[in-house]
Ligand binder design. Structure first.
Ligand SMILES: Cc1cc2nc3c(=O)[nH]c(=O)nc-3n(C[C@H](O)[C@H](O)[C@H](O)COP(=O)(O)O)c2cc1C
Length: 288
């Protein structure tokens, strides 16, 4: 697989979403590729990168264990470890701006005011925002916001007032109907919906007879459900970005068939950081 061949593959998959041109519809999912600064050759060939969730204040994250492998997937309990919006703007963002891909900042507020604060501080220096109202590993905000259509609509409306950039809302499917939440988000001004975030999951330590980890389940185990959720939103009038268990071009194409305009690759990256390049190449076989 030569670099030139890959470039050609990518050119053919070019697409336009939110009135922005993307090299291809394969994006890097939040939390699985940090800020895209390490494997730059992968970042620069992806359609976009969604950053790790950025909070208003720095966060050390949850105590270990943070990752646990399950049958066909993994449970993570990272707990939104990140440097906070101020350090992100000062140190990380200037480096990210040199990347040759679209940048979406994943915004993780614990209150509605924090969503507004984070988006306001980042301003127009990125291509758009992915509002994370769906993290299952934190006590406040996260899924408790994401399953309440009124709260989600308010988050979108308040953030809409401070930015003209594309606003994608990243939904949960944990104990709620994402279609109901998506409709309200679109009415409130969302430009797109990404789904799904991780599902609730847990594992026990059999010797100690206690909970070993409780967090978000991701990977191939959740793919059929994620696909169902994307398809459920097929009549929603904004672009849908499909996420959940995509490991191959065939998986990605299934999400496009279900109605997604683009996909995000998450857990596959943890197994192989070069997997997005393989997925882009494989996807071409189906769309060419
Ligand atoms: C280690 C890890 C960290 C994650 N961190 C975030 C995050 O900060 N913000 C977010 O919206 N989603 C986060 N996610 C969820 C992924 O972006 C994605 O929605 C989910 O893992 C499902 O896709 P996958 O099955 O391809 O991994 C994280 C997932 C993993 C595995």
């Amino acid at each position: 697989m030569t670099a030139r061949f890959l470039t050609l593959e990518i050119l053919i998959l070019k697409c336009r979403i939110f009135d922005i041109e993307f090299k291809n519809p394969v994006f890097l999912a939040s939390g699985t590729f940090e800020y895209g600064l390490i494997y730059r050759n992968v970042t620069n060939r992806a359609g976009a990168i969604c950053t790790k969730g950025i909070t208003a204040r720095p966060r050390g994250g949850n105590p270990p264990p943070r990752i646990f492998e399950t049958a066909c997937g993994l449970i993570n309990s990272v707990g939104l470890e990140n440097p906070g919006v101020d350090v992100f703007c000062k140190e990380t963002l200037p480096r990210m701006q040199r990347l040759k891909t679209r940048i979406f900042v994943n915004v993780a507020g614990f209150t509605i005011d924090e969503f507004v604060e984070i988006v306001g501080k980042i301003g127009p220096r990125v291509d758009g925002f992915e509002l994370n109202v769906s993290c299952p590993n934190v006590d406040m905000g996260g899924v408790s916001f994401g399953r309440d259509p009124d709260v989600c609509a308010e988050v979108v409306a308040r953030v809409r007032a401070v930015t003209k950039l594309p606003l994608i809302v990243k939904l949960t499917a944990n104990f709620c109907d994402p279609l109901v939440v998506a409709r309200r988000c679109v009415e409130a001004g969302a430009d797109g919906i990404s789904l799904i975030n991780t599902l609730h999951g847990m594992a026990f330590d059999l010797k100690k007879r206690e909970v070993l980890i409780q967090g978000g389940l991701s990977g191939p185990a959740i793919k059929p459900f994620a696909l169902y959720c994307v398809h459920r939103l097929k009549d929603i009038d904004v672009p849908i970005i499909g996420v959940g268990g995509i490991m191959s071009g065939a998986d990605a194409y299934e999400f496009l068939l279900a109605g997604a305009s683009a996909v995000e690759i998450g857990s596959a990256i943890l197994r192989d950081p070069f997997s997005p390049l393989r997925i882009i190449k494989e996807l071409k076989r189906y769309t060419g």
